[in-house]
Design a protein around this ligand. Sequence first.
Ligand code: G4F
Length: 334
Amino acid sequence: MKEKSKKKALIFGITGQDGSYLADFLLQKQYDVHGVVRRTSTPPHEQPFNNIAHIRAKITLHNGDLDDETSIRHIMRTVCPDEVYNLAAQSDVHLSFSMPTYTANITGLGVVRILEAIRDTQQEKKKTIRFYQASSSELFGSSPPPQNEKTPFHPRSPYGCAKAFAHYATVNYREAYGIFACCGILFNHESPRRGENFVTRKITKGVARILAGKEKILRLGNLDAKRDWGYAPEYVEAMWLMLQQDKPDDFVIGTGQTHAVKDFLTYAFQHAGIKNWKKYVEIDPANYRPSEVRILVADAKKAQRVLGWKPKKTCANIAKIMLDADCLAIGQGL
Ligand code: G4F
């Protein structure tokens, strides 16, 4: 009997936190995993790509850029995947205030470039390509919590505005051209692979450095902002589940629990055996944003009902996992 061929997935943003966890997950499911990496002055074979170093030999990387329609079309046609995941973006909310047009181009328009490439490749190869778009809880901005699929969007940053455009473009391509396209409206999700520009990782790395005597102070911004923090490896399964349904749809993914930045600080410092974190933290106004999202809390009942997806780790669990990983890395001289 002929062996069933492997499913092929193409991941934009494979070197990031979510892309790398998704690649791990899909490899376990026996997918043929392809990823898109951006050109830099260091050639791909010399780049460390830390998050995917452990699976580098098992995946295929392609040079491309969300800014470059030609490379996206070329990769789409060459790989001709069953599933495409767009986890690439200029994803730093604070930075989006100083780079609004770049953010709109990559985070917003980039998605239309992928959708157009999917449309053309589907037609040419007579094959259905399923598409996952990483929408964000930043879409909700100042809409009161808890936020679900029916909550109106009110973005509070150029990043949120670009994500709103990308979200509506994805829904429109589904309605206009029948593309199997899903948006996962993911609330904040963290892990040891989180970039150091995001507050949770900045905190755990900072605490690890303080413990190791390499730093005395951690400089932060608004400690009162509240976020619904989940565990990234659990969230990539939700992305995959969306693309395995009979019908494409959009889903909110989050824990339903919210914590202030100062709660995360408390968890991290407590795990380090330090009761009074105030001695080690300074407020630096440079970390404040021109407009802030005050509170996010997911109502993910639809995902639980339709996808059977449920979060497991708590915010305190996550702070502990991240701090342990940062302490270990510092012990190894990283
Ligand atoms: O960790 P953050 O930078 O994440 P933010 O802005 O919530 O966005 C993240 O989650 C979104 C999902 O909702 C993603 F779409 C997005 O791409 C990104 O992954 O900031 C969290 C909170 C903010 O309120 C910020 O003002 O922490 C506050 N904060 C306080 N001090 C700080 C700092 N944030 C950063 N990055 N650095 C600080 O020093």
